[in-house]
Design a protein around this ligand. Structure first.
Ligand code: ZN
Length: 69
């Protein structure tokens, strides 16, 4: 019996830091996927204005990140 041998395939990734397009305040965005693209809406913690984040991932790495108003 060797339970310790089972490995996690997807390691927990660090949150992505994106600057608010209005005030520049940096917010952390949690990515819960490994590959593909993700679009999400977020509200700035500082000025409370909504913005959109588009993230492209390849094998767990962020290859593209754009923030739009
Ligand atoms: Zn802001």
């Amino acid at each position: 019996m060797d339970f310790l041998k089972s490995k996690q395939i997807y390691s927990k990734m660090d949150p992505l830091v994106c600057g608010c397009p209005y005030c520049g305040y940096e917010s952390e965005i949690v990515i819960d996927m490994f590959d593909g693209q993700m679009d999400l809406a977020s509200d700035c913690e500082n000025c409370c204005r909504p913005f959109y984040v588009h993230v492209l991932l390849e094998a767990g790495q962020v290859v593209e990140c754009c923030v739009q108003c």
